[in-house]
Design a protein around this ligand. Sequence first.
Ligand SMILES: CC(C)(COP(=O)(O)OP(=O)(O)OC[C@H]1O[C@@H](n2cnc3c(N)ncnc32)[C@H](O[C@H]2O[C@H](COP(=O)(O)OP(=O)(O)OP(=O)(O)O)[C@@H](O)[C@H]2O)[C@@H]1O)[C@@H](O)C(=O)NCCC(=O)NCCS
Ligand SMILES: Nc1ncnc2[nH]cnc12
Length: 300
Amino acid sequence: MAELSTALRIAHAAPAFGIDGTRQFCQRIARLAVRSLYAELALYPKPGLVSLVDNGSHQDMTAATFVRSLFALRRYFLLITQAGMADAPFHELKRLGIDAEARMLRATNGINTHRGAIFCLGLLCAAIGRCRADGVVLTPSAIQAALLRYWGRELGAHSGDAATPSHGTAALLRYAASGAREEGARGFPSVFAVGLPALRRTLAAGRCARRARIDALFALMAHVSDTNVYHRGGPAGALAVRRSARAFVARGGTAAPDWEARAVACHRSFVAARLSPGGAADLLGAVCLVQSACAELDLT
Ligand SMILES: CC(C)(COP(=O)(O)OP(=O)(O)OC[C@H]1O[C@@H](n2cnc3c(N)ncnc32)[C@H](O[C@H]2O[C@H](COP(=O)(O)OP(=O)(O)OP(=O)(O)O)[C@@H](O)[C@H]2O)[C@@H]1O)[C@@H](O)C(=O)NCCC(=O)NCCS
Ligand SMILES: Nc1ncnc2[nH]cnc12
């Protein structure tokens, strides 16, 4: 029923493209979202994080757990792009997000692989859908502006309704670590002002996509208030993550000749300390989505 009303709203909101055109567009965005999360998973070396090479600091998840989770999320990214295109109210996006969390947990036997990504990439998909309906050329600032214009008020209230017990809520209460909700309320500044510029600087310097993603990840780790890091390492762990990432960036990131050895050493030290910057990893997935959507899609 909710899907039918979304379809009707899409027809009304984006008449110029026709139902087939809009569905194709939304499918394309959903594919880019899944691909972006896969690019994050496949990237190595990522300090403390799961990749195709090893499980980093995690005992209960492997790359296979993430792939199962990704398969379970394909339809979610389609539905939330369509909902965004149809100017769905925030409570509808939230319901889609909660359903997707349940599907993820079923696919992974209760392991939280992508809660942050469901929130962050889901909202970005909705904003991209909204840009399409408005006929706006897809740029990072247009996506961020659409997100804040259409759902900013509710996102602000969402950051204040952290009543459900979670590692994120615990980190907020114990350490005043801001986390995913605050990121969302401010229109994901870490994606648009930190991760994406770092990714683009490396690409503009002529280095490859893999190096650009590594530079974006370290830039995010140096900057983000990551509740997963606080949950596992407290304030000392958060400081250690920030310091290591800043040192990597200060030496030129992947422009330095020994960057790979340094990144592997950082990975090993995080594993020894059980640290995992899962929030930064989710935000890297979001950076990849914004970059690929703006690069590949012509909305004019
Ligand atoms: C708003 C919600 C996403 C809730 O967030 P909340 O802050 O209450 O808490 P968490 O349940 O902890 O989830 C937040 C996830 O976001 C990621 N994250 C952390 N910091 C940031 C940040 N600064 N910016 C963006 N994202 C961030 C983080 O995800 C990663 O950590 C995962 C592992 O986490 P966890 O299970 O806690 O820990 P483990 O290491 O596994 O611990 P052990 O069990 O081993 O001890 C990892 O996989 C990454 O994904 C946090 O997990 C939200 O829940 C919500 O409102 N949901 C409803 C849906 C919704 O409203 N959607 C809106 C429309 S889409
Ligand atoms: N590759 C990864 N490893 C651990 N946690 C994550 N959360 C999102 N991506 C992750």
